[in-house]
Design a protein around this ligand. Structure first.
Ligand code: HEM
Length: 520
């Protein structure tokens, strides 16, 4: 009797397996046939395997080669390419405007990988309406006038860097990326919270600031956390290694730092110790921000918003600056032109001119534009989702026309700075680093305006970089102060190979081994 039961059971389980396997196989086959031949996206050019699965692109993304691969696809298939069953990339100015500026498509769920403290901030808020409420809270902080009020803090920390460079000058190579990150962390922290962190001074004394380290660790933590299941994450974070634990805890370290600033500032505001002033740290604005007349911005949103800005502001700006100095180490001609402009504008080597003076320096401006074109710190696709309706009358399930191809609601569309910045019809000899292309008479006013329209280092439309004003100002200040005081020489280990651009949404800083020896 028992053997009959066991026979029946194994027969049943064997057949169950076959039934399940056939259902799965049929499902995959039907999906593949649909995606390849019947989907509204099947008319769009692209490699055939893109219609099956996103896996191949995920592999390129893990190899930090995503934007290079997308560029190769544009070269082979033209300005619209299907890169996944439900994903399309394009390289076209008017389509870019339509998606990001006119229709303001919501962001794709990809951005949820950038959550801070397991909560949204402006960059990860996918829906347009929810995002604009958040953006209203922080945007006044980054207007050029407001950011310029924080120049004393920016100058102080930059001159501290110059003094430190003086003491190591010509002797030891400098790990650019790390030092510029410390500098940006100091600047973002002082302008956001009115708090002096002293990351640069600690770095000069060979002490790593824990917050600065956590900001650096956060992206690596994010990649790991999103690739392994929760239970495995809990196990790996128990490895008995302090440095490893610090990386796992980077989110917590940042959240604790910001929470402490929130409670400090609220206490001061409640005690009436913060008077009326023109110079308001961002946190104070957020504490006063209301989602509606009755709903103040909750603390957990304030904390994640502040964390988002620390992450968005530090690596991007420090990566850009590192590449700019690498370029200067190879191009004595450009360095000389910058130095002669700055010798005049900055007569005292240790007094950084007001930003209104730096803004008027044409070659400095052209150098930064060209740097952002070639070394965009966010070179990858900025994904958006085709909404149910793009018509004014709100008709649903409408097909969105993208360069003659109909895209159904839910399709993920994007363009990438890497390709927009390398279009040879807009930027002749795109691989050449040429600041002059941004100056008259080298380029006509019409050419300059066309080039400017194609530049998207800070994104485009309503989701454009919130801290652009601060980034632009800091890049000018740092380049002016360092170039006025030093020549830039790269040591032999810094070369084309070590500086090769890789990307994982932002340029992958883990592979940037930029070291520069300043020599006076
Ligand atoms: C060279 C430096 C920087 C570059 C290249 C850069 C680039 C970008 C890009 C491309 C986006 C848009 C992402 C998208 O559309 O998906 C963005 C968003 C953002 N960035 Fe930056 N960024 C830089 C510096 C900064 C700084 C210094 C801050 C602030 C301290 C900052 C804060 C933000 C914020 C808050 C957002 C989200 C904007 C929103 O959705 O409201 N960024 N950045």
């Amino acid at each position: 009797m028992s053997s009959t039961i066991s026979f029946s059971f194994s027969w049943f389980s064997h057949n169950l397996f076959l039934v399940v396997a056939s259902i799965v196989f049929t499902y995959i086959l039907i999906r593949a046939i649909y995606n390849l031949f019947l989907s509204p996206l099947s008319a769009i050019p692209g490699p055939w395997y893109a219609a099956f699965s996103d896996l191949w692109m995920t592999i390129h993304a893990l190899r930090l080669r995503r934007c290079g691969v997308v560029q190769e696809l544009f070269d082979s298939y033209g300005p619209v390419v299907r890169i996944g069953p439900n994903k399309v990339v394009f390289k076209d100015l008017s389509t870019m405007r339509s998606v990001y500026t006119v229709h303001k498509f919501d962001k794709s769920s990809y951005y949820k990988g950038l959550l801070t403290n397991d909560n949204d901030h402006a960059m990860t808020t996918l829906e347009h309406a929810g995002h604009s409420i958040r953006r209203k809270g922080y945007a006044p902080h980054y207007t050029p006038t407001n950011v310029s009020r924080f120049q004393p803090e920016m100058h102080e920390v930059t001159l501290e860097l110059v003094n430190t460079l003086d003491s190591v000058s010509g002797k030891n190579p400098l790990e650019c990326l790390a030092v510029f990150r410390h500098l940006m962390v100091d600047v973002v922290v002082s302008s956001s919270y009115g708090y002096r962190l002293g990351a640069v001074s600690k770095w000069a004394a060979d002490v790593e600031d824990p917050l600065s380290m956590a900001i650096n660790d956060f992206p690596k933590r994010g990649i790991l956390r999103s690739t392994i299941p929760g239970w495995a994450w809990n196990i790996v974070c128990r490895f008995p290694n302090n440095r490893w634990k610090q990386m796992c805890d980077s989110d917590k370290i940042m959240a604790e730092f910001v929470s402490a600033r929130v409670y400090e500032m609220r206490a001061q505001m409640n005690a009436g110790k913060i008077g009326e002033s023109e110079k308001i740290p961002m946190l104070q604005r957020l504490l006063q921000h209301r989602y509606s007349s009755t709903v103040p911005m909750p603390d957990h949103d304030i904390i994640s918003e502040c964390m988002g800005h620390m992450i968005a502001g530090s690596d991007t700006t420090s990566t850009s600056l590192s590449y700019f100095f690498w370029e200067l180490s190879r191009r004595a001609d450009i360095l000389k032109k910058l130095q002669s402009e700055l010798d005049e504008a900055m007569p005292n080597t240790r007094v950084i001119p007001d930003i209104s003076v730096l803004q008027e320096l044409p070659y400095l401006g052209a150098f930064i534009k060209e740097g952002l074109r070639v070394y965009s710190a966010v070179p990858s696709s900025l994904e958006r989702v085709v909404p149910p309706s793009t018509s004014k009358n709100g008709a649903s399930d409408e097909i969105f026309d993208l360069m003659g191809y109909g895209l159904p609601p839910g399709t993920i569309v994007s363009t990438q700075a890497w390709s927009m910045h390398r279009d040879p019809s807009i930027f002749p000899s795109p691989a050449t680093f040429l600041p002059e292309r941004w100056l008259e008479p080298f380029s006509s006013p019409e050419t300059l305006s066309r080039m400017a329209q194609h530049m998207i280092p800070f994104g485009v439309g309503t989701r454009i970089c919130g801290g652009q004003g601060l980034a632009q100002m800091m890049m000018k200040i740092v380049i002016a102060a360092v170039v006025r005081n030093f020549d830039i020489v790269a040591p032999p280990e810094t070369n084309e190979r070590s500086m090769e651009i890789k990307d994982s949404f932002v340029s992958a800083v883990t592979v940037l081994h930029g070291r520069i020896v300043p020599s006076p």
